[in-house]
Design a protein around this ligand. Structure first.
Ligand SMILES: [Ca+2]
Ligand SMILES: [Ca+2]
Length: 364
């Protein structure tokens, strides 16, 4: 190589001194490399939103401006996230020597719980274990340049995780490695379930060359936490209630918008939940400063009712695991009916609210 550089330098001097030439002799050379060779490398990786963006040049968005990638779940039942995983890889022997690029995705270090359903071809193991391997595909040269050097650099410059001394300036521009075919962009997409837990998902990007040599880059993305639930009722009718007799309205495990009489609730976020409840007095009022009515509620039949008074917010048990569907039971106890009956009748409002509960820690 030194000899070649020396030849080029002398050529430059010669041209400057002597003006245009019709021909010039330049020595060239190479060395056969029959060894296992130098392993390929992953220069930089990133994770972006894939939803609704089908063109690879769109794989530059995420959901928070802080460094690297943050992805927001849908907070909707069975509405998953499509994410894009991209990498720029290089081999000393040229980009044609690169055989495959993979992304191995791992779960955050928490339990998925008994109700979580893994998507097809995903391990469903949780607890920091391997989730799935996805194959990344080589982008056409100009598509890769447009994606990384225009869209990522200009619109979300701190998205990538670097694994080399490279930078936008060494990769981009007409003297950059992407333009010179010394590096190339690979991307692939994968689906993250609406119920996959919030947390950091480690990714190992793996590049393999045609001799089986490989290079890796460990990075990942943050699946942001959303606490969200939905219910299949918009009213609770306690029906006929007798004085001093606790009346229960029982729920069921069927989630149906038409099933107003049997309350059900399900977790549609990606964190575990507790549910808060707030209810007014339904015009039953107070006597001697004490409410004439009291309530109870629970989720599932394995816990006791949580008692609550009008106008106080209480957290009711049981917690909802990831994607868990459960029944809701409500009770009302009237200690005194006011007289005369209020013209509006005994009607009121209830508010349910979601609260994030801790994940279950992995013990193994
Ligand atoms: Ca970000
Ligand atoms: Ca129901």
């Amino acid at each position: 190589m030194k000899k070649l550089i020396a030849s080029l330098m002398s050529l430059a001097v010669l041209v400057w001194v002597a003006g245009p030439l019709m021909a010039v002799a330049i020595s060239t050379g190479l060395t056969q490399d029959a060894s296992g060779g130098t392993a390929p490398s992953v220069l930089v990786s990133w994770v972006a939103r894939g939803d609704a963006y089908t063109n690879p040049t769109d794989y530059y968005r995420d959901n928070d401006s802080i460094a690297n990638s943050q992805i927001l779940p849908s907070g909707q039942y069975n509405t998953h996230r499509n994410i894009a995983m991209c990498a720029i890889v290089a081999s000393e022997y040229g980009i044609e020597y690169i055989n495959n690029v993979y992304a191995d995705v791992f779960y955050p270090g928490v339990k998925l719980g008994a109700y979580h359903t893994a998507l097809p071809n995903q391990s469903g193991k949780g607890c920091g274990q391997f989730m799935q391997q996805d194959l990344l595909n080589k982008l056409a040269k100009q598509v890769g340049i447009d994606l990384f050097c225009t869209n990522v650099q200009q619109n979300n410059g701190n998205l990538p995780s670097w694994n080399s001394s490279d930078s936008y300036s060494t990769l981009c521009g007409t003297t950059g490695k992407l333009y010179k075919d010394e590096a190339v962009v690979y991307c692939g997409t994968k689906v993250i379930s609406y119920e996959d837990p919030a947390g950091y998902y480690p990714i190992t990007t793996l590049v393999q060359d045609k001799n089986g040599q490989s290079g890796v880059h460990n990075h990942g993305f943050q699946y942001l936490g959303v606490n969200a639930f939905e219910v299949d009722f918009n009213q609770i009718s306690y029906g006929n209630v007798k004085l001093n007799i606790n009346k229960v309205v029982g729920g069921d495990l069927t989630f149906s918008p038409m099933n107003l009489d049997k309350p059900s609730i399900r977790n549609v976020g990606n964190v575990r939940l507790t549910v808060g409840i707030l209810q007014n007095d339904m015009n039953l009022g107070k006597s001697s400063g004490q409410w004439n009515v009291s309530y109870g509620a629970r989720i599932g039949h394995l816990v006791t009712f949580t008692p609550y008074s009008p106008e106080e917010t209480k957290i009711i048990l049981d917690e909802l695991d990831l994607s868990q569907l459960n029944e809701m039971d409500f009770s009302v106890l009237v200690n005194k009916f006011p007289y005369p009956v209020p013209s509006a009748g005994f009607v009121g409002n209830m508010t349910l609210s979601a609260n994030e509960a801790p994940f279950v820690v992995c013990t193994e």
